[in-house]
Design a protein around this ligand. Structure first.
Ligand SMILES: [Mg+2]
Length: 229
């Protein structure tokens, strides 16, 4: 029997904590490619796509160039910078409860796990491995490479699921730490679990209308009950 439920994980502050390594790497890559250290001070990045952050930085620094022409160079410099930051820090940390939760979900025959993230694929997968997690378990994914805005990403993952399993999933559950994760779930007719392991606390996440709000992803009775519905 093919799986019926697609569980989509955000990466930053949901699967793992990079302590803002991505922002440090953005700054380094901006300096390398454009000779300007990109600054993201007072820029709310949470839940946005890498591609949005990059295009926005090019605009805000008044470079007056076509960012699309330089995106490959920037992605490459960003990947190199991120690897350096990860190495300097001895890797990234998986969030509380993630390892047992992923083991549990992978063991369920009716569940397919995937990624729905603002990261570009190459560097998103790198972050996962740098946190000691196995990126190969995520089968139906949507990355920043696949859309202009996060709200476009649930249909991408649904399409991958349908291609892989021959039928649409009965449920799609998006798990993320920001209002944008919940918003993209709503836009894509998916359910949402909001987790307060990022900068938003449970009160702020309750306001998003998420189907379930939790402090962390420890496999509690509440989380289990929701996943088994
Ligand atoms: Mg996140």
């Amino acid at each position: 029997m093919p799986p019926r439920t697609l569980v989509l994980f955000d990466i930053d502050a949901t699967l793992l904590d990079t302590q803002d390594a991505g922002v440090v790497a953005y700054e380094m890559a901006g300096a390398k490619v454009f000779g300007v250290a990109f600054s993201f001070t007072n820029v709310p990045l949470h839940g946005r796509l890498d591609s949005e952050n990059y295009a926005d930085a090019v605009r805000r620094h008044g470079l007056g160039i076509d960012h699309a022409q330089h995106v490959d160079a920037f992605k490459s410099a960003y990947a190199t910078a991120l690897e350096k930051v990860a190495e300097d820090r001895g890797g990234f940390e998986a969030c509380p409860g993630i390892v047992p939760l992923l083991e549990f979900l992978v063991g369920l025959p009716d569940v397919q796990v995937g990624l729905l993230t603002g990261n570009w694929e190459h560097t998103g997968r790198f972050k996962i491995r740098a946190a000691g997690l196995d990126d190969s378990i995520f089968g139906c994914n949507a990355f920043a490479d696949h859309g202009e805005h996060r709200d476009e990403l649930v249909p991408v993952a649904r399409h991958h699921f349908q291609s892989m399993h021959g039928a649409a999933p009965r449920r799609i559950i998006v798990i993320g730490d920001t209002p944008r994760d919940v918003q993209c779930a709503t836009a894509g007719n998916a359910e949402s679990i909001a987790v307060a392991t990022g900068v938003f606390d449970t009160d702020a996440l309750e306001e998003t209308g998420a189907d379930l709000v939790v402090e962390d992803l420890l496999l509690t009775a509440t989380l289990l009950e929701f996943l088994r519905r």
